[in-house]
Design a protein around this ligand. Structure first.
Ligand code: DX5
Length: 226
């Protein structure tokens, strides 16, 4: 049952791209649960970030799980490359996968767990018929493309409905939230139903206190679960 465990999953989007390997090692040392690679193609979202070779270069440096958040127009094109690069989780956007059932099955065939991300305007109904293939549901609380945006509290009813749907129909599926997650926000996102939290800019505000930032976020979420 995913309902209980809090996971802190940093996005490396705000990390120092000139020292990505060291940044991954610092995140591992700080006690995060996984690392999220924000993959953007400049088409599905108006930003361009990294390819699988960057992820592969960092793979041997840490033992942490990697998740690839594919904000790309054609996620099917390189599914296997992300798994070969060392991602245990590949998250595709429902809006970019017209044959979502086939795409999720392909992620599993490639040897990874499969996630589905939903942009703010996309309803939960986009995944209700493929939940048996969904290991992680990612509810976006910003419009994807850039870090440092404000959390959309209007997504909380959707988060709550997602929590109800997963507890009823797919209790092992993780519910992750991504966008504007910070100390003042994580409690309400937890109360709404999220249990895995992708945070970028809020974690990197004080690079000398990454562990403290991770600890405070986790503690606040756990407090909201009591
Ligand atoms: C949006 C990105 C960001 C990132 C987290 O495209 O996916 O949400 O992961 O960035 P912050 O925590 O700064 O919103």
């Amino acid at each position: 049952m995913d309902g209980g465990q809090v996971r802190i999953v940093p996005s490396v989007l705000p990390a120092d791209f000139a020292r990505l390997g060291e940044e991954c090692q610092a995140l591992e040392k700080a006690g995060v649960d996984r690392i999220q690679w924000d993959v953007m193609d400049g088409h599905f979202v108006p930003n361009l970030t990294m390819g699988p070779d960057i992820v592969a270069a960092c793979r041997p440096l840490v033992d942490l799980g990697f998740e690839a958040h594919l904000m790309v127009s054609n996620p099917d094109a390189m599914l296997g490359r992300w798994v070969e690069a060392g991602c245990e989780l590949v998250i595709v956007h429902a809006e970019a996968a017209p044959h979502l059932h086939r795409t999720l099955a392909a992620v599993h065939e490639a040897g990874a767990r499969a996630g589905v991300a939903l942009n703010p305007a996309t309803p939960l109904s986009a995944v209700e018929h493929v939940l048996d293939l969904v290991d992680l549901l990612l509810v976006m609380t910003v419009n994807p493309g850039f870090g440092g945006q404000h959390y959309l509290s209007s997504m909380e009813p959707k988060l709550a409905a997602a929590r109800t749907m997963l507890d009823r129909d797919a209790p092992a599926t993780e519910l992750e939230v991504d966008g504007g997650i910070k100390l003042e926000i994580i409690g309400r996102a937890t109360a709404a139903g999220a249990r895995t939290f992708c945070a970028g800019s809020s974690l990197f505000t004080d690079r000398d206190d990454l562990a403290g930032a991770v600890h405070r976020l986790r503690a606040r979420a756990q407090e909201a679960l009591r």
